[in-house]
Design a protein around this ligand. Structure first.
Ligand code: LER
Ligand code: MN
Length: 262
């Protein structure tokens, strides 16, 4: 259970300064947004060389949409996701976080043959089989992120992500769990992790109001205990608003989070 923070949340003139600060504040990982990251591999590898803070993960940043009716949109998403899976391997990050679809269905309802959700799930499983095989080839993980109902209609809870991973059946097809989304969608976060967390390899941290942990009412202690009990050993990366000066808030938050860990 290692703490990480998204790059854009950390003040600093360059990556090296951000890594120095994160290390001094007790963080062990940094998560990058994917857009344009292929051109930064050398910069990231040289900044992270001999540093205690390592790249934990890449968050999204691909073009296109996996579940669009237009094959060109789907192919664009597939090729960008593959590129970012390779970038993740090149910088030593665990993998690429992806969201199957933002918003409502784009695929038409073909009832009585199949409704949009049934078609979306089948398509997602087929595409993820190909993407997971590529992740396996390059040594990376495809990390499916369930989002709350206001951002997607399709995969909102860990149980729904688990169903997709079961069908893809490749050890490089995994999931991540975001405490902000779980707070909205899961009955009890701890229970969801215990019952449906077997594919979880990465975590996003934010409190109930999507501010830094400690500012809302999410119970991190029981969630962390559940993660420890299922053997989670990955990174937990902050993805949230910082309600104050980051140079004061980020070290305080690391201390708060460590106090919630078993
Ligand atoms: C969006 O709400 C989110 O949590 C991001 O991690 C999406 O990739
Ligand atoms: Mn997230």
């Amino acid at each position: 259970m290692k703490l990480a923070c998204q790059e854009n949340m950390v003040p600093g003139r360059d990556l090296k300064e951000k890594l120095d600060k994160l290390a001094a504040w007790g963080y062990e990982g940094i998560e990058f947004w994917g857009r344009g990251l292929a051109s930064r591999v050398d910069e990231i590898n040289s900044a992270c060389d001999n540093m205690p803070v390592k790249p934990s993960s890449i968050c999204a940043g691909y073009r296109g949409c996996l579940l669009d009716p237009d094959p060109e949109e789907r192919n664009l998403a597939v090729s960008d996701i593959k590129e970012l899976l390779r970038v993740a391997a090149d910088i030593g990050a665990a993998g690429l976080i992806f969201v199957p679809l933002f918003g409502g269905p784009r695929i038409p309802d073909l009832s009585p043959y199949a409704d949009a959700i049934a078609l979306e799930k089948r398509l997602l499983i087929e595409l993820c089989k190909d993407l997971a095989a590529y992740a396996q080839e390059v040594g990376s993980l495809l990390l499916l992120e369930p989002l709350n109902r206001y951002e997607t209609h399709l995969i909102c809870r860990l149980e729904q992500g688990e169903e997709i991973c079961d069908h893809v059946a490749n050890p490089h097809m995994m999931m991540m769990a975001d405490f902000f989304h779980m707070n909205i969608e899961e009955q009890v976060i701890e229970k969801a992790i215990r019952e449906h967390g077997k594919y979880v390899r990465h975590i996003h941290l934010a409190d109930s109001i999507r501010w830094l942990p400690g500012y809302g009412h999410t119970d991190f202690r029981s969630g962390f205990q559940a993660l420890a009990d299922i053997g989670f050993e990955g990174y937990m990366a902050l993805e949230c608003h910082i309600p104050g000066p980051p140079d004061e808030e980020l070290p305080k938050c690391a201390e708060f989070l460590r106090a919630q860990m078993p």
